[in-house]
Design a protein around this ligand. Structure first.
Ligand code: BES
Ligand code: MN
Ligand code: ZN
Length: 512
C-alpha cells in the first residue's frame, strides 16, 4: 500500500499558504487566479514565464522557490495547453503529471488551483484530475525496511500528505470524487496484488484476501481443492498439482441490479515457473505477476461495491501455482476438463488457458451471463504483436468487442482486436484428445484464444483480453510508475457503467 495524500476540494479562492500550483493555457494565458497572484506579486509570474520561455505547453512548468512578494514557500506554474479540448484521459494525465511535481520535495500540503472555468473543468474533470494524482502517487514500499512508518507515512520520504484542490464547484467535485476514489482504491488493490511477491501471495493467501470484499456487500465464495474436484475442474487442478500450495477458485458476486449478470473471469497463476516445461531463468521473477487478471477482477469488484454500482457482476478467479515437482503434470498428460472436453498437455507452460477453460465453463453453467469477459497474462506473443501499449482483444461478438474498444479509448487502457477463425482453431486439434494446449510456433496469442473459445457456449457473447504486455512490468506513464499497473479496472468500470448499469440518465448524459 502506498501513503496516499488526502484529497479535499474547496472553492476557487486564492490559496493563502502551502505550496501552490497554478495553471496557464497555451500562450501562456494565465487562469484568473494565476493572473490575480501575478498582479499581487508585481508581475512575477509573467516575468518568469517570459525569461524561461514558458508557453503554457503541456508537461512544461516553472518552479518558483520562495517567490518574492508572495508568502508561499513554492509556486509552480503548470502548462495545460488547451483544456477546452481535454478528454477524460487528459484530465487523468494532467493530475498525474502535476502530482509528480510534488513527490519527495519540501512541504506536505499543496494547493492546486484548477480554475479553468466551470464549463472547461467540470466536476467530473476535477474528479478525474484527482484520480490521476492519486494513481501517480502510488508506491509499493511494503518491503523497504528503512521506510519506517510514522503516522502512517514513510519517515524517510517527504511525500505529500494533503492535496487541496480549488475548483468552481467543490460540492459537485466531492460527489464526483466518490466514484473516482472507488476507482483509485480498486486500482491500488490490483497493483498491490500484482506487486506482491509469490512467496507471500500464493493461491490460499490470494483467496483469503478476497474475503475483505464481504464488508462491502460482495458475496464471496471460496472453492478449495475438494470442491474443485467435485465440480470436475480437472484442468485447473492439473496446473496446480506440482505445487505444495493447494489451488483455489473464488466466486465474487456483486448484485447491484437484477437481471443476468456480466461475468468477469481472471487468470490467477500466483507464480508461473512453466512447470516441467520449465521457463528459462532470465526474467522468471516477472512471473509473480501472472495473476494480474485475477488482481484486476478483485480490484474491479471492490470498486463496484464501494461506489454501489447498479449492476449485476460476478467475478471468478482461478488461483494456482505452476511448479515443477514430483506431483506435477507431464507433457503428454491428458486431462478431462469440467466441460467434458479432453486436453492433451503438450506444454505445461501453456497453463493459463487450462485454468481459464474451467473457470469460463463454470461461469456459464452457473450464471447464464449476458456477457463473459476474461482477463489473462496469457501469452508472451501478444507483446510481439502489440508491444506494451495495447492489450489483445479477442471476441466472438462485434458489439461486445466495440464496447470494450471504446471503453479502452476513453480510459486510455487500450485494446486492439486480433482475429479468430476456424483455420486457427484447427491448430489446436490433437491426435489423442479433443484439443492440445499449444498451437505451434506462429500466432501464439490466437491459438491460445481459440483454446479459450472452445469453452464458450454458442450464443454467449465473450471477450478475452490478453494483458501480458500491459498489466505487469509496465511502461511508465503520467498516472503509473508501479510495476503492476492495475490494468483493466478503469477499463471494465467504464465498460460496465456505459452499457450494463442502471444509470437513471445521469451517467448516460456524460457519454462522449
Ligand atoms: N504467463 C505466461 C505468459 C507471459 C509471458 C505473461 C511473459 C507475461 C509475460 C504464459 O503462461 C506462458 O507461459 N505462455 C507461453 C505459451 C507457450 C508455452 C505456448 C508463452 O507465451 O511463451
Ligand atoms: Mn506459462
Ligand atoms: Zn502463465
Amino acid at each position: 500500500m502506498s501513503d496516499q495524500a488526502a484529497i479535499s476540494f474547496v472553492p476557487l479562492d486564492p490559496p493563502t499558504d502551502g505550496i501552490v500550483a497554478l495553471f496557464a493555457e497555451e500562450g501562456p494565458k494565465l487562469t484568473p487566479i494565476a493572473k490575480t497572484i501575478d498582479k499581487s506579486s508585481k508581475g512575477l509570474l509573467s516575468r518568469a514565464a517570459e525569461i524561461s520561455g514558458f508557453k503554457g505547453k503541456k508537461d512544461s512548468a516553472i518552479d518558483l522557490i520562495a517567490p518574492s512578494g508572495l508568502k508561499f514557500p513554492r509556486l509552480v506554474l503548470i502548462g495545460m495547453d488547451k483544456p477546452s479540448s481535454y478528454r477524460e484521459e487528459d484530465w487523468l494525465n494532467l493530475g498525474g503529471s502535476v502530482r509528480a511535481q510534488f513527490t519527495g520535495r519540501e512541504g506536505d500540503t499543496v494547493h492546486i488551483v484548477l480554475d479553468a472555468g466551470p464549463r472547461v473543468a467540470s466536476p467530473e474533470d476535477v474528479a478525474n484530475f484527482a484520480l490521476g494524482a492519486q494513481l501517480r502517487g502510488y508506491k509499493f514500499q511494503k518491503y523497504k525496511s528503512k521506510a519506517k512508518k510514522k503516522n502512517g507515512a514513510a519517515e524517510n520520504d517527504r511525500s505529500l500528505k494533503r492535496i487541496v484542490i480549488h475548483c468552481a464547484d467543490p460540492k459537485a467535485a466531492i460527489k464526483a470524487f466518490v466514484s473516482a476514489r472507488a476507482l483509485a482504491n480498486g486500482v491500488t488493490i490490483a497493483r498491490d496484488l500484482v506487486n506482491e511477491p509469490a512467496n507471500v501471495l500464493g493461491p490460499a493467501e490470494f483467496a483469503h484476501q478476497t474475503k475483505a470484499l464481504t464488508k462491502l456487500g460482495v458475496k464471496v465464495e471460496i472453492l478449495n481443492e475438494a470442491a474443485l474436484k467435485k465440480l470436475g475442474m480437472n484442468a485447473l487442478l492439473a496446473v496446480g498439482q506440482g505445487s505444495d500450495r493447494p489451488s483455489h477458485a473464488v466466486i465474487m458476486q456483486w448484485k447491484g441490479a437484477t437481471g443476468d449478470p456480466v461475468v468477469i473471469v481472471g487468470k490467477g497463476v500466483t507464480f508461473d515457473t512453466g512447470g516441467i516445461s520449465l521457463k528459462p531463468a532470465a526474467g522468471m521473477e516477472d512471473m509473480k505477476g501472472d495473476m494480474a487478471g485475477a488482481a484486476c477482477v478483485v480490484g474491479l469488484m471492490h470498486e463496484l461495491a464501494e461506489r454501489k454500482a447498479k449492476v449485476n457482476v460476478v467475478g471468478i478467479i482461478g488461483l494456482v501455482e505452476n511448479m515443477p515437482g514430483g506431483g506435477a503434470q507431464r507433457p503428454g498428460d491428458v486431462v478431462t476438463s469440467m466441460s467434458g472436453q479432453t486436453i492433451e498437455v503438450l506444454n505445461t507452460d501453456a497453463e493459463g488457458r487450462m485454468v481459464l477453460g474451467d473457470c469460463l465453463w463454470y461461469g456459464q453453467e452457473k450464471f447464464k451471463p449476458q456477457a463473459i469477459v476474461n482477463l489473462a497474462t496469457l501469452t508472451g506473443a501478444v507483446m510481439v504483436a502489440l508491444g506494451k501499449e495495447y492489450a489483445g482483444l479477442f471476441s466472438n461478438n462485434d458489439e461486445l468487442s466495440q464496447r470494450l474498444t471504446v471503453a479502452g479509448d476513453i480510459t486510455g487502457e487500450r485494446l486492439w482486436r486480433l482475429p479468430l477463425g476456424p483455420k486457427y482453431d484447427k491448430m489446436i486439434d490433437s491426435k489423442v484428445a479433443d484439443m492440445k494446449n499449444t498451437g505451434g510456433k506462429w500466432g501464439g496469442s490466437i491459438s491460445a484464444a481459440q483454446f479459450l473459445q472452445r469453452f464458450i457456449k454458442d450464443g454467449t457473447p465473450w471477450a478475452h483480453l490478453d494483458i501480458a504486455g500491459t498489466a505487469m512490468s509496465s511502461v511508465d506513464s503520467d498516472i503509473n510508475r508501479s510495476w503492476g499497473s492495475g490494468f483493466g479496472v478503469r477499463l471494465l468500470d467504464r465498460f460496465l457503467r456505459d452499457h450494463y448499469e442502471n444509470t437513471e440518465g445521469i451517467e448516460v448524459a456524460r457519454r462522449r
